[in-house]
Structures are given as structure tokens and as C-alpha cells.
Design a protein around this ligand. Structure first.
Ligand SMILES: [Zn+2]
Length: 289
């Protein structure tokens, strides 16, 4: 069933498990996410970012959102369609008009006061349309510093717990993405990030608002499982799913390239789905639909 993200995350926060937000950049991956959720009887969030090329035209966004919403509507488990990293007010308005069931405004790289002002404006509009909003306090940067510099991403900055209450009260935001040692994209080989659980405990005590962890890939199963029990209710995962999918697709290609039965895309989607199922168990959302 198609639902709003608060219906999924308020229950998750109360019952101390996490829900995966799956990076979806094609219809096949929407199918992989929903199939995994149905198999594991878990809620799932489809994370769609309007920055990517495949939705550069309005017609593409319209088509993609129609497919996401329809596939979600037909599902037997709760599925939310969330705008990932909305950069500005215009993007948020586009997302609302295209039928997202929640939006994220990311003004985390701006000053604290600008972040409040932009988030507040977005919450005002989204709430008027009946949609919940995620915002980010502190800044989750890129795990790979080279990528960060080349692509002009802002450096990571941990969430300041002293600002959490003020930020939530002033903006009335529904979900808060926090920076506690996590980062986007792949970490350097064999490096597991140090998650600041003391900081997470402190933030979780300040607010009952469901907390969000961006950059779930490569964070380590134990870290992620622990974080979910401590107040993280939504975990964004992309890179790990893509890697699992590429591995599976490559293996299938190596095996079958001489037999004329190459099914690269099917294997890619199966690999994506299997990795989502795996994370649903790590986050404890299996059986919670
Ligand atoms: Zn993110």
C-alpha cells in the first residue's frame, strides 16, 4: 500500500527497528525494493533523487512517479515514496506536484539560521499538502575525500546536540537526518566508520522524532543494527546495493557468456533485491509490515 513516511517511521521509532530507504533510479529497482519488502513482510521507502539524469525532464519524472506510486499502491506492505536530498524550494514543489509522499529538504551545508529558514518554509508548504518532511542538521559529507573535492561536496560536520531541540521546535520538521560519523558513498577499503553512539544516545534522548542515517553502505552490520535500536528509524542505502547487484550480474555474465543466455539486467535486479532483503534483517524490519 502507498503510505506517507510518518506512518512507517513513527512505528519504527517506537518499536526500535530501522527501515531501509532504497536508492531507486529505475523501474526495475522499484520492483526489487517492493519484492524484497513483500518477501520479508517489511515496510520499505523508495528514495528518489531528482538530481539524476534519468529524471531530468518533467515528463520522465511524471512517468517514473506514476510507476512508483502504482507499484506501491498494489503492494501488500507499506511503501513510501520519498524525495531524497531536495536542494531547494523549487525541487520540493516539483516533488509535491508529482506525487511524492514525503520530501527531504537538505540545507545542511548552509548556516544554521539559513537551514532553519529554508526548512521552515518547506515544512509549511509540505504540511499544507499533507506531507511529512525530513531535514538534516549537521552535515553528512562524502566518505571519499577525493570525490568530495572533485564534486564540491561540503565537508562532514557532526550534529550539534545543543541545537537539536531548537531546530525541531523552530522548523516543526517530522524526521531528522543526523551526522554521527556516517558518510555518503563507499569508504576506503577495509575501513569501517566510527559511529558516535554517545552522540546518538544524546540526540535520541532530546527528541522523539524519528532519526535518519544517510550513507548506510559500508557502515558495518553491527553498527547499523545497534543504531536502529538506539533511535535511527530510516537508513539510506545505495552503494552496497549497487555493488551486490554488479557482482551478481558479472558472475552471471561470466558463467553464461558462451551459452547465449546472458541476462545481465535480471541478475542485476536480483542482486539488488537480495541485498535489500539482507539489510531488512540487519535493521530488524522483517515481519513488521
Ligand atoms: Zn544522503
Amino acid at each position: 500500500m502507498l503510505v506517507k513516511m510518518d506512518e512507517i517511521l513513527i512505528k519504527a521509532r517506537r518499536e526500535k527497528y530501522g527501515v531501509i530507504a532504497v536508492s531507486c533510479f529505475s523501474l526495475e529497482l522499484i520492483k526489487a525494493a517492493i519484492n524484497a519488502a513483500e518477501k520479508k513482510r517489511s515496510p520499505v521507502i523508495l528514495n528518489i533523487n531528482l538530481k539524476y539524469d534519468f529524471v531530468s525532464e518533467e515528463e520522465d519524472v511524471e512517468l517514473f512517479l506514476y510507476m512508483a506510486r502504482e507499484r506501491a499502491r498494489r503492494s501488500s506492505v507499506p511503501v513510501a515514496v520519498n524525495l531524497d536530498h531536495g536542494q531547494d524550494y523549487r525541487t520540493i514543489m516539483r516533488a509535491i506536484s508529482h506525487g511524492f509522499t514525503s520530501v527531504m529538504i537538505d540545507a545542511s551545508a548552509k548556516s544554521y539560521h539559513e537551514n532553519i529558514a529554508i526548512t521552515k518554509e518547506v515544512v509549511h508548504t509540505a504540511h499544507a499538502a499533507g506531507l511529512p518532511v525530513e531535514a538534516e542538521l549537521g552535515c553528512v559529507g562524502m566518505a571519499d575525500e577525493t570525490f568530495r573535492l572533485e564534486n564540491k561536496y561540503t565537508k562532514s560536520a557532526k550534529t550539534d546536540p545543543a541545537l537539536v531541540k531548537d531546530f525541531i521546535e523552530k522548523t516543526n520538521v517530522d524526521f531528522l537526518a543526523v551526522s554521527i560519523g556516517n558518510a555518503h558513498g563507499p569508504y576506503a577499503k577495509n575501513i569501517t566508520p566510527h559511529i558516535d553512539f554517545e552522540l546518538l544516545t544524546e540526540i535520541a534522548e532530546i527528541t522523539p522524532v524519528p532519526l535518519v542515517l544517510h550513507g548506510g553502505s559500508g557502515t558495518g552490520d553491527d553498527n547499523l543494527s545497534k543504531a536502529c535500536k538506539m533511535g535511527i528509524s530510516k537508513i539510506n542505502v545505495g552503494t552496497d546495493l549497487m555493488e551486490a547487484a554488479i557482482c551478481k550480474a558479472n558472475a552471471g555474465y561470466q558463467e553464461n557468456q558462451n551459452k547465449g543466455r546472458i541476462n545481465f539486467l535480471t541478475n542485476y535486479v536480483t542482486g539488488y533485491q537480495e541485498s535489500i532483503e539482507y539489510y531488512m534483517e540487519v535493521f530488524g524490519s522483517d515481519g513488521k509490515a
